[in-house]
Design a protein around this ligand. Structure first.
Ligand SMILES: NC(=O)C1=CN([C@@H]2O[C@H](COP(=O)(O)OP(=O)(O)OC[C@H]3O[C@@H](n4cnc5c(N)ncnc54)[C@H](O)[C@@H]3O)[C@@H](O)[C@H]2O)C=CC1
Ligand SMILES: O=C(O)C1=NCCCC1
Length: 369
């Protein structure tokens, strides 16, 4: 009997570590993977007869949380069917994966990231585990990219469409300069075809962390041939002042951003999770904005106490752009929009698959099942 009968050709799954993930993942390809995830989830949310046959579908239950002494373990399984790996390609793939990720807030005191995870990628035909992808950087780039995609579809595209030269420039505010704040700031400066970044305002509870991010963004300015200014702000109010786009990425359990800090028209990506997922913005912000989510299934569970006008999923906004039937879900032209980012398994599924496929391409494809 062949040694592989009853097992499979590859004896062990591929392990793709953080350094490799950083080499393999690119902001533009990640964007396509995240758009596919958003669209797959929203296509699936439609009535079966109203689904688009040319778009991906998904299966993604609400994630589970297991509380431990020092933090929490999240289990995030998902399947995305018939998604495109690269923009414009005819090739489709289906991916089954599960991210296991922990959030241990006090890890900074022992020099570790507070969020640590892995994505397990399975064959969607045999169910065999094919790859384990370290998912700290992956979670950073996928979460920042989800905010970039939401910002583009909800705020920048409409702004570009009404700008005489089709160009938009923004003042960006980053409230919380930890790992996610840093990834979001870098994401905005690396993808300036969406909007030129004019100014970046930074606030962090410990100002030294904002100062560190300022240094990094000054380095990025040279690499990206940009000319934005970067300011470290003493207060959240000062950070938000005159911003067009804001990212909140803290662990705060208390409101940090109030309506009076904000311009009339602003887009906020609310990413951080304190005790619950909508703690960073004050009720007077939620009273006056339109909220967009990544997925209803998760929102029903994790945003159950949110009092606001939830318009719908970002993926449904994207689907209606390309298949213009029915009313537009876009924010009111002079209103405030909030992308309430929970984070969802489908994002890790499509980005995990992208990393794995790029790894196979870069190495020996022949070891594939
Ligand atoms: N929506 C999503 O998909 C994801 C959300 N997250 C959430 O994003 C947040 C940031 O995560 P990371 O940057 O990885 O963590 P990190 O540990 O690198 O940074 C945490 C940040 O929160 C700030 N912070 C903590 N408590 C605060 C308080 N009470 N008031 C003001 N600032 C406070 C810290 O100063 C720091 O800037 C967390 O809440 C995390 O759960 C993380 C990953 C994905
Ligand atoms: O979606 C994720 O990944 C996470 N979301 C909330 C905090 C931990 C990681």
């Amino acid at each position: 009997m062949s040694r592989n009968v009853g097992t499979n050709k590859r004896l062990r799954p591929v392990f793709i570590d953080e350094d490799l993930v950083k080499q393999l993942l690119d902001w533009h390809e990640a964007r396509h993977a995240i758009e596919q995830a958003f669209v797959a989830v929203s296509n699936q949310s439609r009535e079966p007869g109203a689904r688009y046959g040319d778009q991906p579908v998904s299966s993604q239950p609400a994630r589970t949380f297991v509380q431990a002494e020092g933090g929490v373990l999240l289990c995030m399984p998902g399947f995305v069917g018939q998604h495109q790996l690269t923009s414009g390609s005819d090739e489709r793939t289906s991916t089954l994966a599960c991210k296991l990720i922990t959030s241990f807030r006090k890890n900074a005191s022992v020099g570790l990231p507070s969020i640590n995870g892995e994505v397990f990628v399975f064959s969607s035909t045999t169910g065999k585990l094919e790859a384990i992808v370290e998912a700290n950087y992956l979670t950073g780039i996928r979460t920042a990219t989800a905010s970039l995609v939401a910002t583009d579809h909800l705020f920048l595209r409409p702004a570009r469409a009404s700008a005489p030269d089709g160009m938009v420039s923004i003042q960006l505010g980053i409230v919380g300069c930890g790992f996610q704040g840093m990834m979001h700031a870098v994401g905005f400066v690396r993808t300036q075809s969406m909007a030129r970044v004019r100014t970046i305002r930074l606030w962090n509870r410990t100002p030294a962390r904002a100062a560190q991010l300022k240094e990094l963004l000054i380095e990025e300015r040279k690499k990206t041939d940009s000319n934005y200014s970067v300011f470290v702000c003493d207060t959240v109010e000062d950070c938000c002042r005159d911003c067009d786009v804001i990212v909140t990425a803290t662990g705060s359990g208390e409101p940090l951003v109030y309506r009076s800090f904000l311009k009339q028209k602003v887009h906020i990506n609310a990413v951080g999770a304190g005790e619950y997922h909508h703690a960073e913005l004050a009720q007077d912000v939620y009273d006056d904005c339109q909220v967009y989510i990544d997925h209803w299934e998760g929102a029903r569970k994790e945003l159950a106490t949110l009092r606001s006008n939830i318009v719908g999923e970002v993926g449904e906004v994207i689907l209606r752009e390309s298949h213009p039937k029915g009313a537009s879900l876009l924010p009111k032209p002079d209103g405030m929009s909030v992308f309430q980012s929970l984070g969802m398994a489908s994002e890790d599924v499509t980005v995990g698959r992208l990393v794995y496929e790029k790894h196979l391409k870069a190495h020996d494809r022949s070891d594939r099942d």
